[in-house]
Design a binder for this molecule. Structure first.
Ligand SMILES: C[S@@+](CC[C@H](N)C(=O)[O-])C[C@H]1O[C@@H](n2cnc3c(N)ncnc32)[C@H](O)[C@@H]1O
Length: 251
């Protein structure tokens, strides 16, 4: 008998001060938080630790299984195996602990995060009975706020994509947000002067950096700010908005 457990994926925004009132209440209603430890000095684990201490909720740390990076061609396969390994590790914790488990998800659980997929898997196999998702402030919202911009043109769509797909996607779209890009792939776009960029790194942390301008003019500034953010914080996560300059604006 699983005992009516509800698993909560709680969006924590990009820093302790982004936790919404609703998310805080959900956290307090929870039995314990499970956090994956990605390395010996995982900076995001420290943020989770502080939030749990503040809410007086126990934190259970689970060492993250390694993802198989041997075959880059089979990225979906490697991610699937990795999710399965994570789900198994979490299931073991949940089965042996009483109370409702929660995960503190960086940003919002809806963007490039596997927690809800893993949670659904745990529900399917009966480890938990219910899953709840609590929204948080995503890095892409924070990016827009820092630059004081709307992410799409009036009545037009926005493509949210990854560094891995950017070169292909930029050929077919005018307005994009790029996440999960460890190498600022936009620097390799064919016509840099055709793009306006709004870039931000380590948003919501004391080491936040932002740069904006025409891509050909600010590319080096972005690369330098990226290095500086990594130096200062010991890690860097960056997100950017790209907009193709219309012919009128290019003049
Ligand atoms: C695994 S995804 C998680 C996204 C998260 N769920 C969200 O809603 O922001 C990680 C990517 O989000 C972006 N990101 C997360 N935190 C960020 C931050 N503080 N500043 C800038 N970009 C960030 C980066 O593109 C990073 O590669």
């Amino acid at each position: 008998v699983s005992g009516g457990r509800t698993l909560r994926a709680i969006g924590m925004g990009c820093g302790p001060e982004h936790l919404t009132v609703e998310a805080t209440a959900a956290l307090r209603a929870t039995g314990y938080v499970i956090a994956a430890e990605k390395s010996d000095d995982d900076p995001l684990l420290d943020v989770r630790r502080r939030i749990c201490e503040h809410a007086a909720v126990p934190l259970v740390v689970v060492r993250d299984p390694e993802r198989d990076r041997a075959d880059p061609a089979d990225y979906p396969g490697a991610v699937r195996d990795w999710h399965a390994a994570r789900a198994a590790a979490y299931a073991a914790v949940i089965r042996e602990r009483p109370g409702d488990p929660a995960f503190l998800v960086w940003g919002d659980p809806a963007f490039y995060d596997s927690t809800l997929r893993i949670a659904e898997r745990l529900r399917e196999v009966g480890v938990v009975d219910d899953v709840e998702s609590l929204p948080g402030v995503s890095a892409l919202q924070l990016l827009a706020a820092r630059h004081r911009i709307v992410l799409h043109e009036v009545g037009r769509p926005l493509l949210v994509t990854t560094g891995r797909r950017l070169l292909e996607d930029a050929a077919a779209h005018d307005t994009l947000v790029v996440m999960l890009d460890g190498a600022f792939v936009a620097q390799h776009l064919p016509d840099l002067a055709d793009w306006q960029v709004w870039w931000g790194a380590n948003l919501g942390t004391p080491f936040e950096r932002v740069v904006s301008g025409r891509l050909d003019e600010v590319r080096d500034e972005v690369l330098a700010a990226r290095d500086a953010a990594r130096q200062e914080a010991g890690w860097v996560m960056d997100t950017y908005h790209l907009r193709r300059r219309s012919p009128e604006r290019a003049q």
